[in-house]
Ligand binder design. Structure first.
Ligand code: KIV
Length: 302
């Protein structure tokens, strides 16, 4: 077992992830977009926190990921990086941040490490992005590839469909995975591909595969935090397992609070501040006691 894995709380490195593959230890990756979530997921033991461009769907309310910008990912990566002590922080390169040119791709990837505090970047595509991956890894930027369903190509793919269902399409994905490994990628996300194909890719390359909708034959798994915590509205994809119903819990808590505000039950005395009795008596003398509440107090005081 590597020093990193033994000591447990040291930062997860690309070498540690590769060792996990060798030893058959599964890698847990989860998306995160803010500081409190990053802290919770880091302490829960996730090896990788991904600031996915799914940010667009689950946090910013867009229909797809295409509107997410470099600045959006930098802003949210900074927050996640402040909350993650052990997990590797990976910034997802958004649409048009790496497609235009190799130089632009390198410049943007560098910003995620230098300004935002990520330890690695992820980008979508196979042979078509190999020159980007080579340049980034050559510059010391660890890269995760992303094959199968690549959401930034949703319009070209004609929707969010399972990819690699024919043996020819599957072979292309295996070839792409080999190209990415050769170009220096340290891991590959496989999204929405048949489990047989994901297992074949996992066998064909020596870097870890991380699946989402790709079955149990990958070296690790990734889910969007809003999906696994029941915070996503609308259709839940087949590959998602909902581990908690935080959406209902939040809705119940907010409804309870609203009812208590309207009934006057909240805030109670224990949530309020008081004045010394003599000062209170003098104030009552001046103003006749005022409203039922006994003290003002800014909501910012803690
Ligand atoms: O943007 C994202 O959250 C992702 C994961 C689903 C892998 O790319």
């Amino acid at each position: 077992m590597s020093k990193t894995v033994e000591l447990g709380r040291e930062r997860i490195t690309t070498a540690a992830l590769r060792q996990m593959k060798t030893k058959g230890e599964r890698i847990a990756m989860i998306t995160a977009y803010d500081y409190p979530t990053a802290r919770i997921l880091d302490e829960a033991g996730a090896e990788i926190l991904l600031i996915g461009d799914s940010l667009g769907n689950v946090v910013l309310g867009y229909e797809n990921t295409l509107a997410v910008t470099v600045e959006d990912i930098i802003h949210h990566t900074k927050a996640v990086a402040r909350g993650a002590r052990r997990a590797m922080v990976v910034a997802d390169m958004p649409f048009m941040s790496y497609q235009v040119s190799v130089a632009e791709a390198l410049r943007n990837a560098g910003r995620f490490l230098q300004e935002a505090g990520a330890q690695a970047v992820k980008l979508e595509g196979g042979a078509s992005v190999v020159d980007r991956v080579e340049t980034m890894t050559g510059a010391g930027i660890p890269v995760i590839g992303h094959l199968g369903l690549t959401p930034q190509s949703v319009h070209q793919l004609g929707g969010y469909r399972v990819q690699g269902k024919t043996s020819a399409a599957a072979q292309k994905i295996i070839d792409d995975a080999r190209c990415l490994e050769e170009a220096g990628a340290f891991s590959i996300v496989l999204e929405c591909v048949p489990m047989e194909l994901a297992a074949a890719v996992t066998q064909a390359i020596s870097i870890p595969t991380i699946g989402i909708g790709a079955g149990a034959g990958c070296d690790g798994q990734v889910l969007v935090i809003h999906d696994l915590c029941g915070l996503t509205s609308g259709h839940t994809p087949k590959f998602v397992k909902v581990y908690a119903d935080l959406g209902s819990a939040m809705s119940q808590a907010a409804g309870h609070y609203i009812r208590e505000v309207k009934s006057g039950e909240f805030p109670a005395r224990e949530h309020s501040f008081t004045m010394p009795a003599s000062e209170s008596a003098e104030l009552n003398g001046l103003y006749g006691g005022g409203r039922k509440s006994e003290a003002s107090g800014s909501g910012k005081s803690r």
